[in-house]
Ligand binder design. Sequence first.
Ligand SMILES: O=C(O)CCC(=O)C(=O)O
Ligand SMILES: [Fe+2]
Length: 236
Amino acid sequence: MVYEGNKKRFDQDGFLLLEGFFDTALMDELDGLITDYFGADPDWFHNEEFLTKAATEVVPWFPQNEGVAPFDEVDTYPGFADLTELLIGPGWSNLYSMVMFSKKGTAGQAWHQDCSPEDAGQHNLNRLVYTSNIKAEIGGQVVVVPGSHRCGELPAGEPHGDLDGQLVITPRKGDLLFLHGHTWHRVLPIKEKYRFSTNYRAAPKGTPANITDICVYRNMRYRFSDNCVVQERQAG
Ligand SMILES: O=C(O)CCC(=O)C(=O)O
Ligand SMILES: [Fe+2]
């Protein structure tokens, strides 16, 4: 698992999918806690301007901040920390974990970079855990542009418009997806039921803890700490 080859692929592609990384029992336990927490009709957390402009509809939950102990088992799961160190080096910091839930009929998540790409050395690392299968008939597949973490700023344009080279990933239960914070990525709309992922965010040594405060979309840059559009973006 902690192979040089995995590091090479991550550095080249800006993502790394490890299939069946987590055991089924842990996934079932976390999945049950998440569905119990959200129930059928969660309220939106973000303000109206964000929801309309960002074409991103997720309800976040921070289970470790509420002391929900089983979520700590991911942090100590064999290989999880070692792989993190392989990808982003020693002395990395553990930022937080967040479940992102989207209901049927919602937009998913528009193309974005989790943090601004101006400084190649400053970025977060997403460690996405899928506790149940993502299914094409439900929607919510993850789309990435391989290698885009080396291409600077996500091009301005249609929030969900297709991009050259995009690759659709349909993660399954127990999969672990590492995603570089500068990689261009989105989540497809949710056609049925609901979908969620659980993200354990980390960052290389020396990265400010608020690295993901400003997110880059194709039509704006948005700051979450004060719910503010900090830059409007237009194509051409
Ligand atoms: O929910 C997903 O699969 C992707 C989440 C994402 O874009 C993120 O955590 O930054
Ligand atoms: Fe993201």
